[in-house]
Design a protein around this ligand. Structure first.
Ligand code: 8YV
Length: 323
């Protein structure tokens, strides 16, 4: 049986169906995660690795993984893994590209609604005042119906957000380095624009790009200034696509009207300045954190790994050139 090392605890019942396919080693619930040193000491002995909580799998560890054939990541984004070096070492990289789509889109949509409707701010205020006495002509929140959402990164999650936005009467504009065909755009009901055009025209910008070196800090003071006056910024992708200090400035100086983010530049930390601002909604990277989705993610990842050992070509392999 192939030996599988899991870097973080997964409820045993979710793993039951793999007991006769893999010999599994993972930390118990109380320990929750293995440290980098612990994984380094064990990895040489394993055929497969499952990285949980963005566990970093980079050159130093990859060099120790002398028997490893596949690494699965618990997430669609695999910026925690040096996948190019894995390819050199002929290690397949597997992700959870389909199972995170709907839960992440739901969360991104929820925080967009929360910030544009003032849900969290009203909740905070009402707990203090305990009095429903709203100003009748208050200019803080906006109507989304008829407005434009600008989706940056129009892959699976971006498109899932687009469908939801259309459902509440929003128009969809998108930017993606890979433009869709005119037929696909018509089918999706989305208009393409350059990055700057989308920034200038959208009432809400929602980011759904993977994190790569090239898009480090693509959201910075300069780009926030290019956004339509009074627009909102939503990020449920990766923290380092934005400069968190610049987001704070943009919010404080009202360059943008508000923001909602599930991710942070220096996770697990959230900057004190950001947490002190009112017109931002923050959630602790929980885009796919519902048990049903987490269970599906485990299955997508481990079914992918098992398929590789069976000589198949599962769709959720990142470095397909290895086939
Ligand atoms: C996970 C994610 O919560 O899919 C992703 O890329 O960021 C999330 O689904 C994360 O990968 C777990 O660490």
């Amino acid at each position: 049986m192939k030996k599988l090392l899991i870097t973080g605890w997964i409820p045993e019942n979710i793993l039951e169906c793999y007991q006769d396919r893999f010999e599994i080693v993972m930390p118990d619930h109380e320990k929750t995660n293995f440290t980098g040193e612990e994984v380094a000491a064990m990895i040489g002995d394993f055929d497969a690795l499952f990285t949980i909580s963005a566990f970093p799998f980079r050159k130093d560890l990859i060099d120790k993984a002398v028997k490893l054939k596949a690494v699965a990541n618990f997430g669609v984004g695999y910026d925690n893994i040096d996948w190019k070096y894995c390819t050199e070492k002929k290690i397949f990289v597997v992700n959870t590209m389909t199972t995170v789509t709907e839960p992440t889109a739901e969360l991104a949509f929820s925080i967009m609604l929360a910030i544009t409707k003032g849900v969290v701010m009203y909740d905070r205020e009402l707990r203090k005042t305990r009095k429903c006495d709203p100003e009748m002509f208050f200019d803080r929140d906006i109507l989304l119906y008829g407005k434009t959402i600008g989706i940056i990164g129009y892959g699976r999650i971006g498109q899932a957000i687009g469908r939801r936005a259309q459902g509440i009467g929003m128009k969809v504009m998108y930017y993606d380095p890979f433009r869709k065909s005119p037929e696909e755009e018509a089918k999706l009901g989305a208009t393409y624009g350059s990055f700057d055009e989308v920034l200038a025209n959208a009432d809400v910008i929602s980011c759904h790009m993977p994190y790569t070196k090239e898009n480090h800090h693509i959201f910075n003071l300069e780009t926030f200034r290019k956004m339509k006056p009074g627009a909102y910024f939503v990020n449920a992708a990766r923290g380092p696509v934005m400069c968190e200090a610049d987001l704070v400035t943009a919010l404080k100086e009202k360059i943008i009207r508000g923001a909602a983010t599930d991710v942070f530049e220096f996770e697990p930390k959230v900057s004190e300045d950001l947490a002190a601002i009112d017109n931002v909604v923050i959630t602790p990277h929980i885009g796919s954190n519902v048990l049903e989705a987490r269970t599906n993610m485990v299955h997508e990842a481990l079914d992918g790994v098992y398929a590789i050992f069976e000589g198949k070509q599962p769709i959720n392999v990142v470095n397909r050139e290895l086939f």
